[in-house]
Every structure is written in C-alpha cells, then in structure tokens.
Write a protein that binds this ligand. Sequence first.
Ligand code: 13P
Ligand code: ZN
Length: 277
Amino acid sequence: MSMIQEANCIRRFKRVCGDGWDQGWHERNGGNLTYRMTEEDVKVCMPYFTIKGHEWVDMGVKAPELAGAFFVTTGSGKYMRKVALDTSDCIGIVEINETGDAWRIVWGLTNGGRPTSEFPTHFMNHSVRMKATDGANRVIYHAHTPNIITLSTLIEPDARRYSRILWKSMTECIIIFPEGVGVVPWMVPGGAEIAQATSELMQTYEAVVWTQHGLFCSGSDFDETFGLMHTIEKSAGLYLSARAAQGGSEPAYLIADDELRQVCTAFGVSPNDAFLD
Ligand code: 13P
Ligand code: ZN
C-alpha cells in the first residue's frame, strides 16, 4: 500500500465511504464524496502526485475562488464498498486550474477512472459553502439515504415541510440543522443544471434533499458531515415508522413548535423562523 494512504485526509475519507456503505446508503456506485484539501494535506500528499498524461477536463461550471485547489474525490461508477479494498482505483486527487473551471487528476483513479459524475455539483457546493463559512466547510457528501428517498415519495418537495417533519420527529435535530434543509425537486442527476440548483440552496442550508434520489450534506470535517447525514436520515426513518404505525396518517404527537423554540433557547441556537409557527 502506498504511504499516501496513511495521510490523515485519505484515511478519514476512506472511513466515511465504509461507514456509509455499512449504513446501506451506497448500493452499487450510489453516492459520492469530495474533500477540499488543506495546504498541509497537499504538502503531505504532493510527493505521490503525477500529472504526466493527465489533461485538464472542463467542468461546465466555474468558481474562480477555487482556482488551484486540490480535492479528494470518489470516482464515477466506483463502489463505496470497495474504497477501502482498492483505494487508488476508487478514489483520486484532482487539481483545479487557474480559471476555476477544469480539473486534472494528480493521484489515484488508476485504470482510467474519472471523478464522480456529480463533481460539478460538489464543486459548486464547495464554492458556496466555503464562502458561507469563511473557509471552514471542506466536505461535501452525497448518499442515497433510503428514508429520505421514501419520504420524498410521500410529501411535496418543499423545504418548510421537510424541515418541520425532521425537526419534529427527534428532539435534537433542530440543534444540528437549525436552518432546516433545502429541497431540489426531481431533476436529472450529474450535470450543471442540478449543480446550480443545489448550490443556490447551499447558500442557506448545510443539507439539501434531492427528491427521489437522496441527500447532499456539507460540513467542516468528515465526522460533522457524516453526522449530519446520519441525523437527517434517522429522523426521516422515525417519522416514516410512526406514520406507518398510525395507518399512514400524520403521527399524533410530533414535537410542538413551542417545544422546538424551548430547545433552541436552551442550546443557544437560532432556528429558521420562517419554518416555525
Ligand atoms: P457516480 O458513480 O458518478 O459518483 O454517481 C453516483 C451517483 O450517486 C450519482 O448521483
Ligand atoms: Zn446519486
């Protein structure tokens, strides 16, 4: 195994891929993960980089503030289950060009691999979240979370509706995502259009639902991002179980708006008021 695989950023990246697989979020090649590397990460990994034979590839989207950045990314068509087993085939590191609209592979994705087909969405989300958090956010994670997908077959694609359901099904949700979640209506995956729609919502939300597809989450580190995904998915599952137990109708005892406000006061968080009655 190459020593680059011992770098913290690669070890942590692999861990999320395995944890997501264990949760049942990544059938076949479903889902993808990207990480914006720190200067220290780049310094550690640089000795293993090679650009020979790797051309710049246009992304169809542009973010000049990410010019020269390096990202760890899962490969398109690669299985999260296999990231730990065959790391350099399944993931890679890409460099962004000086105009912020093209990538080239500098490590990994051996055997002709390419970054995830959702790289344009990840890239635009990185740009938006980096600006929204003064550079703190570095991780974007997409998973085919089954409960969120099921929920999106039952309710309209409306951010207020989703956020209220998720907050009201488990007490501490409103502390984890006080701004709520954004929702993109059904769209074709993998292109500039869905990238644009998602990144507009990421200006406000750390997590965005893709109707009948899954969830996108952002965060400062791998644990925080995975934890956000896990929390949202779990709350959606609790709501669905309660609704099924109730014969398909709205559960009778969801957390009240006033109780949500009490939680926010106790934990010092400011909720998205537009989503509370
Ligand atoms: P990739 O294999 O290209 O990452 O696509 C998986 C996916 O989930 C697309 O939304
Ligand atoms: Zn997907």
